[in-house]
Write a protein that binds this ligand. Structure first.
Ligand SMILES: [Zn+2]
Length: 178
């Protein structure tokens, strides 16, 4: 009889522990996974979602907020930043035509930038691995394409990526343009 009681007590404790572990895991998951719209430069980029799916505003896929790892820099601050960080890598993610100033309208570009159109970025990432620790700024015309590029780079281990908010169309400072 005494042994049976011990067994029952042991079983009871085991169940209790299990319950504890499970509720701890649940709480943890609920707290840590927040989803956001795949960055597209619109207001909805800042809206938190609690479940995966699509952004209600722009229809983009929702991604884990923790996978969004990039900073931003304003068009007003960029020329000074380039001056004080001469090794910064400037990536223009627009089309070749836009990069070369053959598009209409022509928003110009940043001097010494390289062109990697957003459509090609994902497949070119392996060839860019030497830039993983470099300071990188990505830009486009209106900052609708470049946030996605910054997201892709950040997700692939590029640690120092900034997106230029607003894009070239918002840039008034000509001193670091082409
Ligand atoms: Zn959205």
């Amino acid at each position: 009889m005494r042994i049976n009681l011990f067994l029952l007590l042991g079983f009871y404790l085991l169940l209790q522990n299990n319950g504890f572990a499970q509720s701890a895991t649940k709480t943890n998951t609920r707290q840590s996974v927040i989803y956001r719209c795949l960055p597209c430069g619109l207001e909805c980029d800042n809206k938190d979602y609690l479940k995966p799916g699509q952004c209600a505003s722009c229809g983009m896929e929702l991604v884990n907020k923790a996978s969004i790892r990039f900073g931003s820099i304003s068009p007003a601050a960029i020329c000074q930043y380039i001056q004080t960080h001469p090794s910064v890598v400037l990536i223009d993610v627009r089309t070749k035509e836009e990069f070369e100033g053959r598009a209409d309208p022509d928003f110009d570009g940043l001097a010494n930038s390289i062109n990697i159109p957003i459509q090609e970025l994902e497949k070119r990432i392996p060839a860019l691995s030497a830039l993983k620790e470099k300071d990188i700024i990505v830009f486009c015309s209106h900052s609708h394409r470049s946030p996605r590029a910054a997201y892709l780079l950040g997700k692939n281990g590029f640690r120092k990526v900034k997106n230029m908010s607003g894009g070239m169309s918002m840039m008034r400072d000509n001193t670091c343009k082409k």
